[in-house]
Design a protein around this ligand. Structure first.
Ligand code: NDP
Length: 268
């Protein structure tokens, strides 16, 4: 995909233009073996920071000068910020999710079900726990990965976490307030993919969120909406992690509406 059409690039640069910022956001493909050189290059060129995505989110840590608190608990970095000449690793995925979530519900004291135990699920579960979520049920296919995340939550955050190994359609208990798909199920081009979920267990009082940004209206979002749930699509998380990154790098609080509009234009 040409750099100009990369959705994250287009979203961030739309914000830079809107706010008249003299900055550029470039998409660079970095091979794993060249990661250290790339970070040294960013320092040498005086970059104020950068995002990094898979497969660099964990490997980048050894090349940084420090970690923000939640990034240290999550054990992964997607946003690097230069502070007093030092490169500090942040994790803005979970923070972006929380900003979107708080437009409809405060997770403090709430019970969550999170599908998945990968990078997105880790970031969302840890940030929700640090924000005061009372109980978090991780539903994951791979029991080892699921158990690791549950242990992390129980040991490093105040939340009570438990694992359900995902072998058949999961029925969401009535006590749950917030349901999150943090798996890659439904991501383009797998448009017909649906979660193994008893749809009748979704109740109108629940908030149902999907991390999938493309397409924004996944089956989960449509099914939950049809059952009267409050829904949050994956664009909110993507936009808000961008908002937080831009604020870190430039000090400017960008307008999320401009960034969302750019993504909607690209994702239809
Ligand atoms: P990972 O590869 O780290 O984790 C993927 C997770 O999805 C694992 O828990 C995996 O389960 C689960 N999974 C995948 N396919 C299936 C399946 N068929 N059935 C059951 N479980 C499945 O990916 P990430 O966590 O980094 O990303 C997950 C999604 O989040 C991606 O689609 C990405 O686009 C999205 N994302 C969105 C962001 C946003 O801003 N909106 C930000 C970051 C990510 P198992 O462990 O059993 O293999």
């Amino acid at each position: 995909m040409p750099a100009a059409e990369n959705p994250t690039v287009a979203m961030v640069e739309a914000a830079y233009r809107q706010h008249g910022l003299d900055a550029r956001y470039l998409n660079c493909e970095v091979a794993p073996a060249a990661l250290g050189d790339a970070v040294r290059g960013a320092r040498a060129m005086g970059w104020v920071g950068f995002n990094c995505s898979l497969p660099h989110k964990v490997a980048v840590i050894e090349h940084l000068d420090g970690l923000a608190d939640s990034a240290a608990v999550i054990g992964a970095v997607n946003c690097v910020v230069r502070r007093d000449g030092r490169f500090i690793g942040e994790n803005t995925d979970g923070q972006g999710f929380l900003t979107a979530l708080r437009t409809v519900v405060d997770p403090a004291g709430k019970s969550l079900v999170v599908f998945g135990a990968g990078g997105a699920a880790r970031a969302i579960a840890v940030e929700s726990a640090l924000a005061g979520a009372a109980r978090i049920t991780i539903v994951n296919r791979d029991d080892t990965r699921g158990a690791e995340l549950v242990a992390l939550l129980n040991e490093r955050t105040p939340a009570d976490a438990e694992l359900v190994v995902w072998q058949s359609a999961y029925s969401v208990p009535d006590s749950i307030d917030i349901v999150v798909n943090a798996t890659s199920i439904g991501l383009f081009p797998d448009l017909d993919a649906r979660l193994g979920l008893e749809l009748d267990s979704l109740q109108p009082g629940m908030v149902v969120a999907d991390v999938i940004p493309n397409p924004p209206r996944t089956w989960l979002i449509r099914d939950a909406e049809a059952r009267g749930c409050t829904v949050l699509d994956g664009l909110g998380m993507l936009v808000n992690q961008g908002v937080i990154g831009i604020k870190h790098w430039t000090g400017v609080d960008p307008d999320p509406a401009v960034m969302r509009a750019k993504l909607e234009e690209l994702f239809g």
